[in-house]
Design a protein around this ligand. Structure first.
Ligand code: PFF
Length: 472
């Protein structure tokens, strides 16, 4: 999506255009790479149940609130907060910082996906037994993953610097349905393998014995990450939404698409994983091990499908990461009057450095730790477990306590022309339930977390932002 052009163009050209762009931002590595591996690391079914509760009771309400704030003010994140109350600009700035740090590891995984698209043709699938070890060797190598990451990041830069996202939006419109279709195909394949039932039971029969405060925080963080919430991205999208559009129903569509994609990814992978006798808690390599192993059984047809799968995954990742880069670039342009190209190159240069550190932390730099974790985990935990959830909590407090209830009703019912029967429920969730729930979950998670120093650092950053709020 493109800020420059859209500033002039008043609204999204069509409802479909808006849904596709918002869903394009939401559906990405978070759904296909992150959701299945977190499910595997957090015990399966119980994690999914908690995740769904977070999506329904927190994610959907926050998305409605972000769209409403964006459309009401017609401004992107920082501006939207600032327009209302200057001392709230830190909440917007926190979002920009989240986007910036997520771009410190997202392109590393985007690079893996790009690499696997090409590697599918160059022999990755020819020795099925070697696929699991290959992934470990690939990501820990010192140079190869860096090249793919830089290539991936360069594509982002080209798109955002030119401010012309038409190509990628068109590619998304074709490849997103392709990804869905492929997932359906893979699900059928996966569930028909011998021993697949164990995978289905793992996904749908919750084992509550493994649930801790950490599990709940992981599920909440994943809901924010996957839905692109808690960092102002959807505020920006909402600012381009036509006054005629029904916000709650648009939000429901985006949330449903995103959640369906995540559940489908789980359904595609776990039956096959159990059938192959693999370990569910293997971590970030899950999609890169299970999917190629599955396709490896299908001869040359498998090679073709693997190329299409990782190609579609790369495009899904791109439509998400350009929205992340755009959040940072739009901030530099709007608030600091930096020209688009300069803003893009400056931001992406720092992102490239962070990504190099993240990528190397898988291998040669694995011994280097900051706040008790490697670079990749540092950027990941900082954003996903702290910044996004707190960003969401701040937004809920802002909307619930600092905006006028009747104005919100007018915004969400388009001046009374559409009905939003759940308005009171939504309002009470935003005003009372969500801030308290996030605070409790964050406290439980923080108490259970090993990286206390990292948590304290994250909270300190937020305090510092709040103190310097007026300068942001
Ligand atoms: N939602 C994206 C994904 O699931 O891959 C990641 C993301 C994009 C997070 C944009 C936050 C954001 F603002």
């Amino acid at each position: 999506m493109q800020q420059a052009e859209m500033v002039q163009r008043e609204n999204w050209r069509s409802r479909l255009g808006f849904i596709m762009a918002a869903a394009g931002s939401a559906i990405g590595l978070g759904n296909i790479w992150r959701f299945p591996y977190l499910t595997g690391m957090n015990g399966g079914g119980a994690f999914i149940v908690i995740y769904l509760m977070c999506v329904i009771f927190v994610g959907l309400s926050i998305m409605i609130a972000e769209f409403a704030v964006g459309r009401k003010t017609g401004l992107a994140a920082v501006g939207a907060y600032k327009a209302h109350n200057r001392s709230w600009s830190f909440a917007g700035a926190l979002g920009v910082l989240s986007g910036f740090f997520i771009m410190g590891f997202y392109p590393v995984v985007g690079g893996w996906s790009l690499a696997y698209m090409i590697k599918s043709v160059t022999g990755l699938l020819s020795v099925p037994e070697a696929i699991p070890d290959y992934f470990g060797a690939f990501i820990t190598a010192p140079t190869e993953p860096l090249i793919w990451m830089l290539l991936y990041l360069a594509i982002n830069v080209l798109i955002v610097a030119r401010g012309v996202a038409e190509g990628i939006e068109t590619a998304g419109k074709i490849l997103m349905p392709t990804l869905f279709a492929l997932l359906i195909f893979i699900i059928f394949r996966s569930v028909s393998l011998p021993g697949a039932g164990a995978g289905l039971r793992y996904l749908f029969v919750p084992d509550w014995s493994q649930v801790t405060g950490q599990t709940v925080l992981a599920a909440l963080g994943q809901a924010f990450f996957s839905l692109s919430l808690g960092m102002g991205c959807m505020i920006t999208y909402g600012s381009y939404l036509s006054k005629k559009e029904n916000i709650p129903s648009n939000a429901l569509t985006v949330v449903t698409m995103d959640t369906t994609a995540a559940i489908m990814a789980g359904l595609a992978m776990f039956p096959a994983l159990f059938s192959f006798g693999m370990e569910p808690a293997q971590g970030p390599g899950l999609v890169f091990v299970v999917i190629p192993s599955l396709f490896a059984q299908m001869g040359s047809m498998g090679v073709l499908l693997s190329v299409i799968f990782f190609g579609a995954l790369t495009i899904a990742a791109l439509t998400s990461s350009i929205s992340l880069l755009e959040v940072v670039v739009a901030y530099l342009m709007d608030e600091h009057k930096v020209e688009r190209r300069k803003a893009t190159f400056a931001a992406s240069t720092v992102m490239a450095i962070m990504c190099i550190l993240s990528s190397l932390s898988m291998g040669v730099l694995s011994g280097v730790q900051i706040f008790g974790v490697g670079f990749f985990d540092f950027f990941d935990i900082l954003t996903d477990k702290i910044f996004l959830a707190i960003g969401g909590m701040l937004l809920a407090i802002f909307v619930g306590w600092f905006m006028d209830k009747e104005e919100l009703r007018t915004e969400l019912t388009n001046d009374g022309t559409v009905t939003f029967s759940f308005f009171e429920l939504w309002y009470n969730l935003i005003k009372y339930v969500i801030p308290v729930a996030i605070a409790v979950v964050a406290a439980m998670g923080i108490a259970a977390i090993e990286q206390t120093s990292l948590m304290i650092f994250g909270l300190l950053v937020i305090v510092v932002l709040a103190i310097f709020s007026k300068k942001l």
